[in-house]
Design a protein around this ligand. Structure first.
Ligand code: F6R
Length: 240
């Protein structure tokens, strides 16, 4: 794993943008795996700014998101589909028909997982962007998820529900279940870019980089990826 330590969140976002831009420079029709959460927001701002300033086009780009809450429609302002439009897709010229995410309202969850796995299998991602949970989760793969798992539905842990409550009016509104790519889908991407910001991520980052590879810390699987870049700010990298 290549490790880049940034002095602050601004530098982390800039360095992440450079990694993303290199992929897009090489292939204007790149397939991007994208993430939600607070950490990539600065990167998405930089991508939008670059599009405004340089005119870089995303018309040929396709995107796959990691995860989506079960039960939320695309226009619900807490859905991850909505998050992606607000933070990135509506600010660049990507074709929304080429942006994929699990359907939170799919009537049969198992069929939705199969549909998403089949799409992922036939559309290899050039890069997969990830954040990391304070408990070492990647996407919604909580500790204990078998490494060979593909897209599935998870019951969110209390810890994750509490962390996500900041985006909702009340914790009771946080969905209890989500669709998520599994560790296996994540590892299938050609390149991985994982971002970590803040002191509350320091233990998870340490475990991911220096600990044993174990399903108890899902992000530790990234040690086995041949082309993984971690960009962490000083606080998140404090224990490295
Ligand atoms: C988001 C996702 C999550 C987050 C993680 C970190 O699509 O899959 O695994 O990346 O929970 O979230 P933030 O960035 O809000 O700290």
């Amino acid at each position: 794993m290549k490790i880049i330590i940034a002095k602050d969140y601004e530098e982390l976002s800039q360095k992440a943008f450079e990694v993303m831009a290199a992929v897009l420079d090489q292939n204007p029709n790149a397939v991007l795996g994208l993430a939600t959460g607070s950490t990539p927001v600065g990167l998405y701002e930089k991508m939008a700014e670059d599009h405004r300033k340089t005119g870089r086009s995303y018309k040929g780009v396709s995107a796959f998101n990691l995860d989506e809450y079960v039960g939320l429609s695309a226009d619900n302002d807490q859905s991850y589909r909505y998050f992606m439009r607000k933070n990135l897709f509506d600010k660049i010229d990507i074709d929304l028909n080429k942006t994929e995410i699990e359907n939170g309202l799919a009537p049969v969850a198992e069929e939705e997982c199969l549909r998403y796995n089949a799409l992922l299998a036939k559309t290899p991602r050039d890069i997969q962007l990830l954040g990391i949970g304070a408990n070492g989760h990647i996407a919604f793969n909580e500790p204990g998820t078998p490494f060979d798992t593909e897209t599935h539905v998870v019951d969110l842990t209390q810890n994750t529900i509490e962390m996500n409550a900041r985006f909702f009016k009340d914790i009771s509104e946080v969905p209890r279940r989500a669709f998520t790519m599994g560790p296996k889908n994540i590892m299938d991407a050609r390149r991985i870019l994982i971002l970590a910001s803040g002191a509350n991520k320091a233990d998870a980052v340490y475990g991911m980089v220096k600990g044993t590879v174990t399903e108890d810390l899902p992000a530790s699987i990234l040690q086995r990826h041949p082309d993984c870049v971690l960009i962490a700010d000083k606080e998140a990298a404090a224990r490295l």
